[in-house]
Design a protein around this ligand. Structure first.
Ligand code: UDP
Length: 388
């Protein structure tokens, strides 16, 4: 049961900026809307201005403020400082009792820092993930660590994530194991299969082929690593006429240029625009193999029962590797090629992967997170009422 909150004291402000943040906060926002006395304000930094609109519909709520902090070619520092400057008057106007950030983006770091500097407590969804390498993923690993220092409430997806935070000195009563809301988001979307005509056309073109779906956008792989991975995949598809490669191309200009340079006009290679969530999940369901450096995709494959080669040197989501749905493919330069070249072992592993209990969360994760926020706010009210 939620307490009745005095005016303003039940006001939560979500700061989001990218597609994975929208996917993951959407079911939490839906749960909060059902709780008495809670009011939600959603602020979009528009860090991914081009990718986000296709995901607004997931929210089932209006975006109250669009900060327009992104501009082409700006540095991370420019994005961070513009976001901070734009957030400050919004926090003053909204006067939230709690600011909520999700994950590891520059928007999330800006939301947490802006909250701290306005003396507003911060809650962090997807807390406690670590690769252990401050530069991988860059800048996300460090963003996430800094957010842990700034937040007052930490929603850890797994018991391991909680243990990590406690080992770093975060007080135990501040860290809850809630699961990651991505699992509920995914299941909600899968209930209504995508009617996207682009997806339908693509699936038709892929009939009789084994589709490999590639997503790649990590900054730390720009240059030689990205080029080598793309060339490896081009070679594999050329040598294996029963396979095809589908790439929803990330709009980052560096990624786009590399993909177009290496993969344009290759037989059985489909370069497509990014898809909305339902269509992308439809594509993953049709995949024979997924190759990706995405964080969210590592969380999704267990629920989809699809094999994933993780194009990273290190992962902050080892649970996907431990349950056997994912394998690391970027720990050394030739690892992806080695894994693909042993086609018998690859096929055996692919055939063995099936839907398993998702280690990152379940359908109740959004409700647990919403309840944690309500509880935190009611304690704030109790504390405030002690002040004479
Ligand atoms: N995704 C999508 N459409 C696409 C590519 C990805 O909906 O064309 C989804 C994907 O299922 C996952 C999220 O976007 O939930 C991952 O986003 P991204 O890889 O950009 O970020 P990360 O998860 O690495 O932070």
């Amino acid at each position: 049961m939620t307490k009745a909150f005095p005016a303003g004291s039940g006001r939560l402000m979500f700061v989001v900026g990218t597609r994975p943040e929208l996917i993951k906060v959407a079911p939490v926002v839906r749960h909060l809307k059902g709780l008495e006395g809670i009011r939600v304000t959603i602020v979009s930094t528009t860090q991914q201005a081009d990718l986000m609109p296709a995901f607004h519909g997931l929210l089932d709520a209006e975006i109250d403020y669009q900060l327009g902090a992104m501009s082409a070619g700006q540095s991370i520092n420019a994005l961070l400082s513009r976001t901070l400057a734009a957030l400050d008057p919004v926090i003053a106007e909204v006067s939230p009792a709690l600011i909520v950030v999700q994950g590891d983006t520059t928007s999330a770091l800006a939301g947490a820092l802006a909250g701290q500097m306005r003396a507003v407590p911060v809650a962090h969804i997807e807390a406690g993930l670590r690769t252990g390498d401050p530069n991988s993923p860059f800048p996300e690993e460090m963003n996430r660590r800094l957010i842990s220092q700034l937040a007052s409430l930490h929603c850890a997806p797994t018991a391991q994530n909680r243990a990590t935070l406690l080992a770093e000195g975060i007080a135990a009563e501040r860290v809850l194991v809630t699961g990651n809301p991505v699992v509920a988001s995914l299941h909600g979307v899968l209930e209504e299969p995508s009617a996207c005509p682009k997806l339908k056309g693509l699936l038709k073109a892929l009939e009789g082929l084994k589709p490999i779906v590639l997503t790649t956008h990590r900054r730390e792989s720009f240059g030689a690593t990205l080029d080598r991975n793309l060339q490896t995949l081009r070679g594999f598809v050329a040598d294996n006429p029963d396979t095809a490669l589908v790439v929803p191309v990330h709009p980052n200009p560096t990624v786009k240029a590399a993909i177009e340079r290496v993969l344009s006009e290759c037989e059985r290679v489909f370069l497509i625009e990014p898809l909305d969530y339902a269509a992308f999940l439809g594509l993953l369901q049709a995949a024979w193999l997924i190759v990706s450096d995405s964080g969210g995709v590592q969380e999704e494959v267990a629920s989809l029962g699809k094999p994933l080669l993780v194009l990273r040197g290190k992962t902050e989501r080892p649970e996907a590797i431990e349950i056997g749905v994912a394998k690391m493919a970027g720990e050394w330069p030739g690892q992806l090629k080695e894994l693909l070249d042993d086609r018998d072992a690859l096929s055996r592993w692919i055939d063995s992967v099936e839907v398993v209990a998702n280690p990152f969360g379940d359908l109740e994760s959004p409700a647990r997170i919403a309840a944690a926020f309500a509880d935190f706010l009611s304690k704030q009210v109790d504390r405030a009422s002690l002040v004479p």
